[in-house]
Ligand binder design. Structure first.
Ligand code: HEM
Ligand code: SF4
Length: 562
């Protein structure tokens, strides 16, 4: 590996003066709405992607205009928790200063603002800072927003697990002062800055971490590089099982890339959490592939060196020995939509938000509704990894008022089917530059069709974990769905089948590059068979395996492309 040329991203990271580049100069360059050269990549480390509206790109080219450059900005929210005051501040900015006037809850518990013009970038960072928030390390080759299962019922365990998600997030943040200097007009700091954990060239590739509270696997732990599975006893957190090397992205036509489940390293006591997190990150920092970005993620490092070798390196760096994994089990991934009462005698209302998109539409002013609720809510909000939002910590006396408002603004809709609640799509068009096929915008129509199929087969309350992702990068986590669609070209998708409900099995390709209409026909036939021939409570993904519609993926490193 060492004799190969480092990828260009490595050069730009190492030459960036700890992520500063010349972003400041670009900010004052009025000749373009975008960022030039290395800065185009460097702004990602500060939580932004440069984008343009692909729906109007051709039109602008025709008018001899550069694409309408804006940035998508991702707010860092470990465990997805945000206060009503913070929500109100972000909501106002989204309404007044973004191209789409929407807020998107991501499936990694962050918030995305789409369509921020260059002149509004510094103001939004200042606003976030004022609200006690930031967008640091929500993109780029660093540890990104840290997830935490959003379990509203087991409140005691959730609070402890959430505290750790926050601590891990802070511990693994870049130490550079670049964010403050560039966006907040912060002072240059005098002492030398040292990236003790991430290193001055940062990580070989993006890195994702999750804290998971079984039996719920809403975070989809196998989509993350590093996972801490909470082990609790009578509501008290004892420690974590550590799993490393999950990841879902692949590159079309490159069989050296594949989705991979995370591997178990072992159990650790609570006090070892931060040192193990740093040890895993620094091992990946030193051993990850820096010549080929397609093979740079932790999952490939593990497969190259072997899990045991990786594990002993982590043990050495963290100064401990992993104990045997404590038993754990997952039963589901979906959110319980509606009211639940927690062990803390408070009430929690989970709202279903289609693809996490808060926007005002005729008859459904979801975004305004949430802002109105934020003005009276005294608890907090929790974004879930299923792109929904929990109004958490509601007292008995406020319950009715919040319920009434939520209904009034269309945030509670009892007619939403179980299938719609168990579906997910990535952003894709019009903003994502990598999109090959529609995802978020096409999902509602596909679900309409699935609902018809279920109704016809007399199973209207059934559901399948169904996900659409606009390209093989897989942000919509289709590689952990029972039925997954992966975009290939406009209107065409690869169809994957055979994941399970718990999210511990990767699905296998069933049909390649099919038109959406043909995929619906295929699914109609398969789901009809499932309705007829399934065993009691047998999920579709399990049925697809048992009836040999597809062979299971047992070890994707070797059998994903069989
Ligand atoms: C090489 C791999 C990947 C690349 C280059 C990539 C790139 C992107 C880009 C450009 C966006 C912004 C789209 C927009 O909002 O307009 C995005 C969104 C997102 N990506 Fe990825 N991504 C990759 C893989 C993944 C994977 C494997 C996951 C998680 C399993 C993931 C999670 C997300 C999430 C949560 C969002 C926010 C929007 C949403 O909830 O759908 N990404 N990604
Ligand atoms: S899966 Fe592809 S199309 Fe969808 S958001 Fe990710 S990069 Fe964009």
């Amino acid at each position: 590996m060492s004799d190969k040329k480092l990828s260009d991203n490595e050069r730009l990271k190492s030459e960036s003066h700890l992520l500063r580049g010349t972003i400041k100069e670009d900010l004052t360059n009025d000749l373009t709405g975008g960022f030039l050269g290395d800065n185009f990549q460097l702004i990602r480390f500060h939580g932004m992607y440069q984008q343009d509206d692909r729906d109007i790109r051709a039109e602008r080219t025709g008018q001899m205009l550069e694409p309408l450059h804006t940035v998508m900005l991702r707010v860092r929210l470990p465990g997805g928790i945000i206060t009503p005051e913070q929500w109100i501040g972000i909501d106002k900015f989204a309404s007044e200063h973004t191209q789409y006037g929407s807020i998107r809850i991501t499936n990694r518990q962050a918030l995305q603002l789409h369509g921020v013009l260059k002149k509004n970038i510094k103001p939004v960072h200042k606003l976030l800072h004022h609200l006690g928030l930031d967008s640091r390390a929500t993109a780029g080759d660093v540890n990104r927003n840290v997830l935490c299962t959003s379990n509203p019922v087991e409140s005691a365990l959730h609070q402890q697990a959430y505290d750790w998600a926050k601590k891990i997030s802070e511990h693994l943040l870049p130490r550079t002062n670049a964010y403050a200097e560039v966006w907040l007009d912060g002072e240059k700091i005098k002492h030398p800055e040292e990236e003790t954990i991430l290193g001055n060239s940062y990580l070989p590739r993006k890195f994702k971490t999750a804290v998971v509270i079984p039996p719920q696997n809403d975070v989809d732990l196998h989509a993350n590089d590093l996972n801490f599975i909470a082990v609790g006893k009578e509501g008290k957190l004892q420690g974590f099982n550590v799993l490393v090397g999950g990841g879902l992205a692949m590159t079309q036509g490159d069989k050296t890339t594949y989705p991979r489940l995370a591997s178990e390293l072992g159990f650790i006591p609570l006090e070892a959490t931060l040192s193990v997190a740093a040890a895993v990150v620094s091992t990946q920092r030193d051993w990850g592939n820096r010549t080929n970005r397609r093979n740079a993620k932790t999952k490939y490092t593990l497969d190259r060196v072997g899990v045991e070798v990786f594990k002993s390196e982590v043990e050495q760096r963290a100064g401990l020995v992993f104990q045997p994994v404590e038993p754990y089990q997952f039963t589901h991934r979906g959110d319980r939509i509606g009211w639940v009462s927690g062990t803390d005698n408070k009430y929690h209302l989970t709202l279903f938000i289609p693809s996490g998109r808060l926007i005002d539409k005729p008859g459904k002013p979801l975004k305004t509704g949430l802002a109105v609720i934020a003005k009276i809510h005294q608890g907090d909000f929790r974004l879930t990894p299923n792109q929904n939002i929990i109004i958490a910590g509601v007292s008995e006396e406020h319950k009715q008022q919040i319920d009434t408002l939520a209904r009034q603004y269309g945030l509670i809709d009892d007619s939403v089917s179980s299938q719609r609640k168990h579906a997910m799509a990535c952003v894709s068009y019009p903003t994502c530059p990598l999109a090959m096929a529609e995802a978020e915008r096409v999902l509602p129509n596909i679900i309409d069709r699935l609902e018809e199929i279920f109704l016809r087969n007399d199973i209207p309350t059934e559901s399948v974990i169904f996900r659409v992702t606009g390209c093989p990068n897989g942000c919509g986590r289709a590689m952990l769905a029972e039925i997954g669609l992966v975009g290939r070209a406009q209107g065409r998708y690869d169809l994957y089948l055979g994941g399970n409900r718990e999210g511990t099995r990767i699905p296998r390709i069933y049909q390649e590059n099919q038109k959406l209409e043909d995929i619906i026909l295929i699914l109609d036939s398969l789901l009809t068979k499932w309705a007829k021939y399934r065993e009691k409570n047998e999920a579709f993904g399990d049925y697809a395996i048992r009836s040999k519609i597809v062979q299971p993926v047992l070890n994707s490193t070797v059998d994903f492309y069989l």
